[in-house]
Design a protein around this ligand. Sequence first.
Ligand code: GTP
Length: 328
Amino acid sequence: MARRDGGAASSSGEFKGATTDDGGFRAGFAVLVGRPNAGKSTLTNALVGQKVAITSAKPQTTRHTIRGIVHRPDAQLVLVDTPGLHRPRTLLGQRLNDLVAETLSEVDAIGFCIPANERIGPGDRFIAAQLAAVGRKPIVAIVTKADLADRARVTEQLLAVTDLGREVLGGEGFSDIVPVSAQDGFQVETVADVLVGHMPPSPPLYPDGELTDEPEAVMVAELVREAALEGVRDELPHSLAVVVDEIVPREDRPEDNPLLDVRVNLFVERPSQKAIIIGRGGARLREVGSTARRGIEALLGTKIYLDLHVKVAKDWQRDPKQLGRLGF
Ligand SMILES: Nc1nc2c(ncn2[C@@H]2O[C@H](COP(=O)(O)OP(=O)(O)OP(=O)(O)O)[C@@H](O)[C@H]2O)c(=O)[nH]1
């Protein structure tokens, strides 16, 4: 474990408490950005305390903006989990980046996730430059995966992140720098405190207990997507789009034992990718189906029949009409 004595470094030298001066409530929006695999989804889940965003060992899995809501007695923090900011290579990439830019302009604070165990690279610099362009927003640097680095390495990374902030943002750089491990809970509270400190005085924005405002279909699609990408090669995440066709109650079921029919289409770009998803004799698709079904049943709280169809939609990433049809 890296730093148990952590705490947050604030450029102004003071720690910003959660409540307003008059002890009032704070509420607002924060977004976590960072390159693919930086740990954004895992941190969102740790902050919210329940699995809402979908994590995966493969980059680029968070295609939709998913909000998790941190409810506290003194504050409400609405977290938006974006896809990784990255250089646009395809039309889809451009649309994702537009989505990110739009999201950034609407939030009260930005959490910039940088893994403790990897050197700062061109991807991080690119994102930092994008953030600098957003203007005067509090940007909190969050050094993630602190459990994967020893104490000396975490310290070194905190210094490197400080330098990056001063260099790219100018002045004092990042408003705060916080090391965290979402995996073992180290400093997750501190990240929440620091982000809440940047929220404006406001009554709660959402009713208590609400964890996400994503439509169920999007979360169902994400669960299928996560299952389909489990253990596959790097090229597939970009080439897979999952669209829920329908979720309908099966007729003639007893009231105390309902069943939902969930029909989902998986679009890939090439027949070879279709073969990967389906597997020999359909074995892999069956596995994807049963993994996704368990998640969807837990999400919807009812038994489902999951019907998966894999289709080839050639170059769907580059074709605006296809993108529209796929819901992007
Ligand atoms: N050891 C350790 N692993 C972590 C931690 N946070 C995330 N990970 C792992 O890092 C990988 C990527 O984490 P995600 O949370 O999916 O990363 P992301 O930034 O949301 O990734 P994209 O959706 O691709 O943008 C997963 O395998 C996580 O289990 C952490 O605090 N400690």
